[in-house]
Design a protein around this ligand. Sequence first.
Ligand code: S3P
Length: 422
Amino acid sequence: MHSLNGEIKVPGDKSISHRAVMIGSLAKGTTTIKGFLNGADCLSTIDCMRKLGVSIACSKDDPHTVSIKGNGLFSLKAPTETLYTGNSGTTTRIISGLLSAQPFGSTVDGDSSIRKRPMKRIIEPLSLMGANIMSLFDNGCAPLVISPSHLQGISYSSPVSSAQVKSSIIMASLYAKGKTVITEPVKSRDHTELMLLAFGADIVSDKNTVTVTPGKELYAKDIEVPGDISSAAFFLVAGAITKNSEILIKNVNINPTRAGILTVLSDMGASLSIENERLLSGEKTADLLIKSSSLHGTTISGDIIPTLIDELPVIAVMASYAKGQTVIKDAAELRVKESDRIVSISENLRAMGCDVIETSDGMVINGGTPLHSARISTKKDHRIAMAFHIATLPLDEMNILDDRDCVNISYPGFFDDISSLY
Ligand code: S3P
């Protein structure tokens, strides 16, 4: 058992880092990104954009500073090999929208997890725009083979609230003839919209609808990436469930489309304060102070789900330490993440002695009973590994993770950062 005390700065936001590289690559001039997340997923995006002829330099002195020399929307070059996106769903889906609009063909492929993740959700709307994009094995998954075609704008009502789907269509719409209107059931994270607007695109957001009118050139802009709330989430939960703890997490992105975990923490009785609110490169940012808390169960469902989807593994861990029942529903999207997270969370909580019932779109956790450390099957899913490292901090013995390296996908240095608070 460790109490956790001190100050921490989590790595840059993953979603914003991906977008900064892609949008910077399409802008005229040099974009310098500070606070870039140099995790494996965002490095896959850099690698792909380089294969499309963009000059991208990572600073030797500071791995979080990246400089991109963009030559405008129409400057990408045909790649000479497959664009490999590793484990990154964000790279795969957003780059496929961009590639669908290029005057050259390309193939996009990733690791074994990416090859299982649903791509029909982008193939369908992109095909409606006139794109020539197909799943090589005809199973609705990567590898995706894209051939040149002319795109037209569409009005699309997406069945899922997914920023990857929305952003994929937005990227294609920058090159389409006529405007594109995308509506989602619930507004998903809006980093693409905010950044494109800052770079000069004609893009208008109104509640859960985005309208893109093509024809505007993009111009380079320096970006400071705030800390990732999905990484901060591990410290928020760690501080709340561990006795005698107090952690100040500096410089965290609290964009309302991402900050559902803050509502859940307060609903569960956590001692949390949000300090020093400000804007960083157009994104709402703050410092978060969390203290040991006496937690109780809650229901997490409906419109809040897209705003905390990536935090649900660690929220479930928090629920296992909270008195009473926590119900998570409307979260079937968890089944198509890096692993089937409803299964990964339930299996591992059960291994720790928690009473958890898996449902089709979530789970029911009866928390507050004694837990014990266990062997954790991470399924090489970074967020499962980190959530179940946190899960064990209040106990005498630590969980044993079957794979620790997968945290490098989104948070290299995670284990060191946690131990710096012991
Ligand atoms: C992301 C969007 C979310 C999230 C993922 C990153 C993004 O996925 O789960 O980790 O950067 O656009 P969906 O778009 O599938 O909801």
